[in-house]
Design a protein around this ligand. Structure first.
Ligand code: ZN
Length: 564
């Protein structure tokens, strides 16, 4: 397979609102005048084509901004996109409302299944023209956060680094290097604290105003609806967080104790947390181009169509993995549905994280590609907690190939990966719990919010000791976590998905082909069903089922501690 284009050639001209509105008017008319199911399905198909085109423009515009946040033209394009977005959502919501309330709903549901209707019912509740201005302002604040972080230039031992690059020193075997680099990194956050606080405070205020205009008590309810959580509630999430606290936090504390012993440090300090081996964490043994070659060999051997797909992405320039100044931080996968193609964005810095982020985003990309033929735009991606099974699942399914990147250190990599996955669970629920506190108390001051975070650290991360590091010692750690600014309530998703991915890991050890086949089949289903139904169809137990978490954690504990 190949994609019949090069990324640089992709075009997605900015739409004019009048044109889209006219197209919608026509869709409404056609739907009203259709005399049979066939006619009504045709209208949904035309609307779907339009949505794929508009999303391609949206995705491309945001991607280009992230690739070069200093480019004035990209910034202007993004601003236009952000300003138009609420108006386009308004048009979509009107059509969704029409379909949901239509006397012909049954026949449409027969064709598309109930999930689209559940999503649309959720989305209808998240928008009203009365919040248009707040949405535009929200997008601008999010862009301001991304630009601020991308603009950081940190001087460390005579060299300049951006925030993506400097974190590699957290894994340095030399403790003084780790500590000093963290001092520099958090010094930048301390310096920028007033801006970071102001952006977040404005976001909380805006989001709360939107929620109240839409009839919610506060942003928590709206946040869940915006995440399209259609098959579990705040109560389920709360129970899951409690289970992590009960069953994972004690194991995590043991893992931290062992880490301290392995590193020969007492006590374990914040600047030690990313290092799991006194020799240094295993790192990939080559540069960017070498990594791509190794990845190709790995995906070829994995099968399931991954090899061909990866070759095609690479050949069409659908990967941007190198870190550079002005490029936004983080890693993500986006998609251009009009072209049936995904795109991977990352910031390699020479650590094992490169392999993890890259296989993670490949999982997303592969799912999106596998789902491209599903009949509705709404199904191209599932909701996020399901999406992260594809990404984290692939991180575990690629385990047998880690020799390609780490050579003799592959086993060390696997152990560290599993250890960090378990350590991630308490952190992930802490971030989630924190957001519930923040949005339930929208009038809290920035200082009080830092206090909320410290409360979370005491509950879920009791081993963290910051010493005299700036900013984090005062509760500011959370401000580096992009999701909190950009994607509220997107975080528990990683922990739910990880609980599922760990099950895939277990199964892959017993029967690799069976696990791989279940994985590919799950990717093909995209978002055509809600989370727990998708999980069940892949033979995965829902994290909300009591004992699910205990079981996977028990196996992971056995692999890490009992045999060690
Ligand atoms: Zn992901």
């Amino acid at each position: 397979m190949t994609f019949p284009f090069q990324f640089e050639q992709l075009e997605a001209p900015a739409p004019r609102y009048e044109d889209v509105a006219a197209a919608h008017q026509e869709l409404h008319r056609q739907f009203d005048e259709a005399t049979d199911a066939q006619g009504r399905l045709m209208v949904v198909r035309r609307w779907d084509d339009l949505r794929r085109k508009l999303e391609t423009w949206n995705a491309l515009t945001h991607l280009r901004f992230n690739q070069d946040t200093r480019n004035a033209e990209y910034k202007k394009a993004r601003d236009y996109c952000d300003e138009l977005r609420p108006k386009l959502i308004d048009l979509d919501v009107k059509l969704k409302r029409k379909l949901v309330e239509s006397p012909h709903r049954r026949e449409l549901q027969q064709r598309f299944g109930p999930q689209a209707f559940a999503l649309w019912e959720s989305e209808i509740m998240t928008y009203d023209p009365a919040i248009e201005q707040e949405m535009v302002r929200e997008a601008k604040l999010e862009a301001e956060y991304v630009e601020l972080l991308a603009s950081a230039r940190l001087e460390f031992r005579g060299q300049a680094y951006n925030l993506s690059e400097i974190v590699k020193f957290r894994e340095d075997p030399d403790r003084a290097t780790r500590r000093e680099s963290e001092q520099v990194r958090w010094g930048w956050f301390a310096q920028n604290a007033p801006t970071l606080d102001r952006i977040f405070d404005d976001l909380v205020g805006l989001r709360t105003r939107m929620a109240r205009k839409l009839g919610f008590d506060n942003y928590v309810g709206l946040g869940y609806k915006r995440m399209c959580r259609v098959d579990y509630s705040q109560g389920d999430v709360e129970m899951f967080r409690q289970a992590v606290r009960e069953h994972v936090v004690p194991l995590a504390a043991e893992l931290r104790e062992r880490q301290a012993r392995d590193l020969g440090v007492d006590p374990l300090m914040f600047w030690d947390l990313s290092l799991h081996d006194p020799r240094g964490n295993p790192a990939p043994q080559g540069d960017h181009d070498w990594m791509l070659q190794r990845a190709q060999a790995m995906f070829d051997e994995l099968g399931g169509g991954l090899g061909e797909f990866f070759a095609a992405m690479n050949a069409s320039g659908l990967l941007d993995l190198k870190s550079r100044d002005g490029k936004a931080g983080g890693g993500f996968c986006t998609g251009f549905p009009a072209y049936g193609a995904p795109f991977i964005f990352a910031n390699f810095n020479g650590t094992k994280g490169d392999v993890e982020v890259f296989t993670h985003e490949m999982g997303h990309a592969f799912q999106n590609y596998q789902s491209r033929g599903l009949p509705l735009f709404d199904y191209l991606w599932p909701t996020y907690e399901s999406c992260e099974i594809h990404s984290m699942g692939l991180e575990f399914l690629t385990w047998p190939h880690m020799e390609k990147f780490f050579g003799e250190d592959a086993e060390r990599f696997r152990k560290t990966h599993l250890t960090q996955s378990l350590l991630f669970l308490p952190y992930g629920v802490a971030v989630d719990h924190f957001q519930h506190l923040v949005y339930a108390a929208p009038d809290a001051t920035p200082q009080e919010r830092h206090g909320f975070w410290q409360e979370m650290e005491r509950a879920y991360l009791p081993w963290v000791r910051y010493g005299d590091l700036p900013h984090v010692a005062q509760g500011g750690f959370w401000q580096f976590q992009r999701h909190l600014y950009l994607h509220p309530f997107y975080y528990i998703d990683y922990t739910l998905a990880l609980t599922c991915a760990l099950q895939l890991w277990l199964r892959s050890q017993k029967d690799f082909n069976e696990a791989m086949a279940a994985y590919v089949a799950l990717c093909r289903r995209g978002g055509e069903a809600p989370f727990q139904e998708l999980a069940a169809s892949a033979g995965l137990t829902s994290p909300f089922v009591p004992h699910c978490l205990q079981e996977v954690v028990a196996h992971a504990r056995a692999a890490l501690l009992d045999q060690a």
